[in-house]
Design a binder for this molecule. Structure first.
Ligand code: KIV
Length: 270
């Protein structure tokens, strides 16, 4: 069993071993070269170029205006700053509407330096996940509060609260794993539901507002540094810079807290 410190480069097989061995995965978003370097140097295993960049970098109200060109631009910059962490890039709004579109978008992102693509939802996206996975493109699924569905949800709300919605999410989680996803982000779901999904499926789960029992955690860089982006701060956000003293210290403190299970606590979970 390799420890975190012994892994010189995160790969897909390493992710599967981490799940098997019960080692927590530390993930953070980054959008540029300099932050990628400091994140990579301070214990983060997985770096996400999230379409959250629309809200925290571009100042948009949602992630919907983000394009594949935007994600590719930031992916190229972040890739130059990483040597150890795995780089995951978001497929932005409707770039994954069909398997063919998703394949073309994924090629752009992998050629920009991504090692996995992330897409939101299940339903017709199961066919997309299968199509990409069969073509050796690693896929991270994303369920629960999927920000690209904000118009359907009518806002950014906790998902899976009642039994019917929880059962639907459990079935979707199994379905994305069966379709070939290598990892699953669970956003804004009750801790008990995320724990049940994590125990049931064979791929690692990464929580954001999903309680302490996921296989790993992710936060948006700006939230985690306590930067006021003008958007409402969700309950699960913790300002690690306040205690960490420096950006490097905040990242190390976050990585340690995820690994020892002290983040997220009840105050930062649903
Ligand atoms: O876009 C993003 O940053 C994300 C994370 C919140 C998981 O999808």
């Amino acid at each position: 069993m390799s420890t975190h410190a012994e892994i010189s480069k995160w790969t897909l097989p390493q992710l599967a071993l981490a799940k098997r061995d019960g080692r927590k995965l530390v993930m953070l978003t980054a959008y540029d070269y300099s932050f990628a370097r400091v994140v990579d140097d301070n214990g983060v295993d997985l770096v996400l170029i999230g379409d959250s960049l629309g809200m925290v970098v571009q100042g948009r109200d949602s992630t919907l205006p983000v394009t594949i060109e935007h994600i590719a631009y930031h992916t190229t910059a972040v890739a130059r700053g990483l040597s150890r962490a795995m780089l995951i890039a978001d497929l932005p709004f409707q770039s994954d509407a069909t398997p063919e579109r998703a394949l073309q978008a994924s090629i752009v992102l992998l050629q920009a330096g991504a090692e996995m693509v992330k897409l939101e939802g299940a339903g017709h996206k199961l066919e997309v996940i299968r199509f990409l996975a069969e073509r050796d493109i690693p896929v991270c699924a994303h369920l629960g509060l999927t920000p690209q569905s904000v118009l359907k949800f009518g806002g950014y709300k906790v998902q899976g609260r009642d039994e019917a919605a929880a059962a639907r999410l459990r079935a979707e989680a199994q379905a994305v794993a069966d379709a070939g996803a290598s990892m699953l982000v669970l956003e804004c779901v009750p801790s008990s539901l995320a724990a049940a999904i994590t125990a049931a499926i064979a791929i690692p789960t990464i929580g954001i507002g999903a309680g302490p029992d996921c296989d790993g955690q992710v936060l948006v860089l700006h939230d985690f540094l306590g930067i006021d982006t003008g958007h409402r701060k969700p309950k699960f956000v913790k300002d690690f810079l306040a205690d960490g003293g420096s950006i490097a210290g905040a990242i190390s403190a976050y990585a340690a807290a995820v690994r020892d299970g002290s983040f997220p606590d009840a105050e930062h979970s649903y």
